[in-house]
Design a protein. Structure first.
Length: 648
């Protein structure tokens, strides 16, 4: 009779029927995952189910909940898993250590605060508070008074977070990832140093501190031993998304019992820009020498045809654990590769096909349009608006709601309406040395008191004078230009410095502005252009059906935002060279393999239908009309795995 490591009879002593509720691959993980274990969970393979049942199995076998740690990437995911495990066990698991790394770290730091050099009643500040504190540091050091635009608080916080999470030197991070602000490296280091000092003085911690101080505590041998003895079992979800800091914490916590089970999929590691480190999962067997490797390869989501395509895509990566996803769903149609004349035809095809699916009975909420970069969806948004198809942009803003688009449009609004106070202040605050209070003062002088430029320059502080001069200068230029397209070109050039000092992804935002300029070429005057833009902003998509349900709405999403989700129909647009993979990835095998994983993630979101589209041409202001070839990823796929179409 088969028994487990504690002598339980697997068929009679346990109340839960694990064999009945799990497939053979899942059952093996749940009942045999002792010691260090790596569970490679392919897309749609039921990894959450495995974690829930493994947790239930451990508790049912006699492990105390307080000796188990379940780490997830959202507290909501942890609560859902615990709720499911409690339903299986019919008992409370309230003493279990569960939640995000940050949540568990905060709990431990409350206990050990005095050892970390602060009081147990510390407060935790959110990201917005962190930004404000960094802004205080910038101002106290006088860096906001510089003639050049000093990097904004958001960008500095991103640099600091990346440095901590990747466990790399701040200056190296700036050189490698934020080279556009390299000239400010020494000043940024001073800002960060002051930021750390202010937090300590105020007895406050930010989110990164919760992990940094947790790791520092574990560098104490006695504390490391105590907590590694406490956690007999460690379960980690989405392990491919962990960063270096989290990896170091897990290593120390698993040092005594070595019962660490990590679940993840190296083929879905797509967040290196957030400091996720794929080497954590790839190197797991070499870090834990006797690690067992389990593979979950039965897919419950997609058709065999979609999975064959996905398997072929990811097989081109060298740095991976080979897997072969197998479908249990019935056969479906081949994925579609659709060639269109240009981006407008691509948008038209997608919208028409969506309406076809809708009239066939597939709800809009079961349809997603995915893309590599935000700017690729602009023509599609315009087409959806034209056809009154309701949509939301998942995890982000509609195109015209984004900060950089609103910044540029504010200039045009002032040209049409010089009394537009909101637009005036928004545009003026983009210049060095001009904050909200100075913008208010200048507005009062200029509009309400009708003062001239020279008067204003004499009556505002020196720090704001050059900014106001530059603001005045650009308006002198654009007033003479009637063409909205030419005005937007001038403004985009003017905006570049601000864009590079303010955003983590300046190149992508500048591409958005190119797309905006492309729209403007159809208009001969600013007023008509702005009226067109306003119609996009007001669109609610309320008249598609007679009684529309709020939740039945199309999803537009970047691939990054779509991970973990699924739809009946997936359109992947803009699959041409220069757009996907991202051009910056072409000089690095690591980056190129991550782009290929993005392609894999996009395809595996689909249950029944996949449409991959690319335009044969697109217009850019750098190169004019560009003839597009398909993405290099498409060239890698055997032609028998998809059906080709042309539109129109």
């Amino acid at each position: 009779m088969k028994t487990d490591f504690k002598g339980y009879n697997l068929t009679s002593d346990l109340q839960i029927d694990y064999r009945k509720n799990l497939n053979p691959q899942q059952y093996k993980v749940v009942t045999q995952a002792e010691g260090p274990c790596l569970v490679l969970a392919g897309a749609g393979s039921g990894k959450t189910r495995v974690l829930v049942y493994r947790l239930a199995y451990l508790v049912e076998k006699g492990t105390l909940p307080e000796n188990v740690m379940l780490v997830t990437f959202t507290n909501k995911a942890a609560r859902e898993m615990i709720s499911r495990a409690e339903a299986l066990l019919k008992r409370s698991l309230s003493k279990l250590w569960m939640g995000t790394f940050h949540h568990i770290g905060a709990t431990i730091l409350r206990r050990e605060a005095h050892r970390a050099g602060f009081s147990p009643n510390f407060t935790i500040i959110d990201r917005e508070d962190s930004k404000d504190l960094i802004q205080d540091c910038i101002e106290e050091l006088g860096f906001q008074k510089q003639r050049k635009l000093f990097p904004k608080k958001d960008l500095i916080l991103n640099v600091y977070s990346t440095s901590l999470n990747s466990q790399r030197d701040l200056e190296k991070v700036i050189i490698d990832k934020y080279s556009h602000i390299e000239e400010y490296a020494s000043q940024i280091k001073r800002v960060i140093s002051k930021y750390i000092q202010k937090k300590k003085e105020a007895n406050i911690l930010d989110f990164e501190d919760l992990l940094v101080y947790w790791l520092k505590l574990l560098e104490n041998e006695n504390l490391a031993r105590r907590y590694s003895q406490l956690f007999q079992y460690i379960l980690v979800d989405e392990y491919q998304d962990t960063n270096r800091l989290q990896f170091e914490i897990l290593k120390k916590l698993a040092s005594t019992h070595r019962n660490i089970l990590v679940v993840g999929d190296d083929a879905q590691s797509i967040y290196s820009f957030r400091s996720a480190e794929i080497r954590n999962i790839l190197d797991f067997p070499s870090v834990f020498k006797d690690a067992k490797i389990f593979k979950l390869q039965i897919n419950y989501r997609s058709t065999p045809q979609i999975l064959k395509l996905a398997n072929n895509i990811i097989n081109n990566n060298k740095n991976q654990f080979p897997k072969n996803l197998k479908a249990i769903n019935k056969s479906g149609e081949l994925p579609h590769l659709v060639t269109t004349k240009d981006v407008y035809q691509q948008a038209e095809f997608t919208a028409k096909k969506i309406l076809e699916f809708y009239h066939q009975g597939i709800p809009l909420k079961e349809i997603a349009i995915l893309f590599r970069s935000r700017y690729l969806a602009l023509e599609l948004e315009m087409e959806l608006i034209k056809r009154n198809l309701p949509y939301i942009v998942r995890g982000g803003l509609r195109f015209f709601e984004q900060a950089h688009i609103k910044d540029i449009l504010s200039y045009l609004k002032i040209l049409i309406n010089p009394y537009d106070e909101l637009s005036f202040k928004r545009a003026l605050c983009l210049y060095p040395g001009v904050g909200r209070s100075y913008a208010q003062k200048i507005w009062k002088f200029l509009v309400k008191e009708k003062k001239d430029k020279e008067f204003i320059l004499k009556n505002i502080p020196k720090t704001a004078r050059q900014g106001f001069k530059d603001f005045f200068k650009i308006f002198s230029k654009i007033k003479k230009e009637p063409s909205p397209q030419k005005i937007l070109r001038l403004l985009t050039e003017e905006y570049k410095n601000y864009c590079y000092s303010s955003f983590e992804n300046p190149e992508d935002r500048l591409l958005d502005l190119e797309e905006l300029t492309k729209i403007a070429q159809k208009f001969s005057d600013i007023k008509n252009f702005l009226e067109e833009v306003a119609s996009y902003e007001e669109f609610k998509g309320e008249t598609l059906v007679s009684n529309p349900q709020e939740e039945d709405i199309l999803i537009l999403s970047t691939i990054h935002q779509a991970k973990g989700l699924e739809w009946c129909v997936v359109f992947l647009i803009g699959c041409n060279e220069y757009d996907f993979p991202h051009p910056k990835a072409l000089d690095s095998q690591e980056r190129l393999e991550e782009e290929r994983r993005l392609f894999y993630v996009a395809v595996t979101r689909a249950k029944k239908y996949v449409y991959i589209t690319y335009p044969e041409s697109r217009y850019t202001f750098r190169n004019g009309l560009v003839i597009c070839r398909p993405s290099l990823f498409i060239y890698e796929i055997p032609k028998n795995l998809y059906q080709e179409e042309s539109y129109p």
